[in-house]
Write a protein that binds this ligand. Sequence first.
Ligand code: XBP
Ligand code: MG
Length: 245
Amino acid sequence: MLKALLWDVDGTIAETERDGHRVAFNLAFAELGLDWGWDERRYGELLQVTGGRERLLADMRTRADAPASTAERETLALRLHAAKNRHYAALVTQGRIDARPGVLGLMREAAAAGLRQAIVTTTSRSNVDALMPRLLGEDWRTLFEVVLCGEDVARKKPDPEVYDRALARLRLAPGQALAIEDSSPGGQAAQAAAVPVMLRPSVYFPARELPEGWRGWFCGPQQALSVPVLREHHAACTALAQRGV
Ligand code: XBP
Ligand code: MG
C-alpha cells in the first residue's frame, strides 16, 4: 500500500534545468571571464551527467581551451559551481522559476490524504533551500518529513543511494513508496532501489530514452494528477513487481 511520495526536484518540481541551472552556469562562465556557453541542446546532452560540478568536469574533457591538469580543472569546477549556485539562487529569488503544473496542488492533496513525503534529490542543498520556500512558502518543510540532497550521499543518481537512505529514514520498504522523477538517471536510481516510479518527463528528457529495463509508470505531461490516480498506478506497478514482470 502506498505510504509515501518521494519527490525528485530538478525537472520534476520545476523546469529548473532549462530556466535555472543552465542560465546560471552561463552567468558563472561570464563572471569568471570565460568565453564558454551552454545552449539548450548542449545542456541537454550534458544532463546525462548528474551533479553540476561533475557536469562541468565532463564538459572540460571535451574542450581544447580547458585547463590542462586535473588539479586545475577541479579548482575551476569548484569555483564555477559555487558561482553557479549563487546565480541560481538569485534567479529563483527573482521569481524566474515556477512549479510545473499540478505539482504544488498534489503535494498539498497528498499531505491532506495522510501520505508521507520526502525530497529525494542529488542537487546541492542550497538549491533546494532557495527553490522550495519560493514555491511553497517559508513553512515548506512541514510538508516533508525528510529532505535528502547531494551532500547527503557518496554517489549521485543514477546510483540508488539517495533512495536507499530516504527509505531507511522513513522506515519504509521500497514497495510502500512512489518515486516521482523526470529523467532517465532519476528513474534508474529509483528502480535500482526497487521503488515504483512515476516518470513525468521534463523538457530535456525525450520520451524515447526510458531507463533500461523500465517497468514503471510513464506519465504524459497532460495527464491530470491526483492522489487516487497515484494510488491506482502504484498498485498496478506493485502487482507487476510481485509477478516478477
Ligand atoms: C539534478 C542534477 C543536478 C542539477 C544541478 O538532480 O543532476 O546536478 O542539474 O545541481 P535532481 P547541482 O534531478 O536529482 O534534483 O549543481 O547542485 O549539482
Ligand atoms: Mg530530475
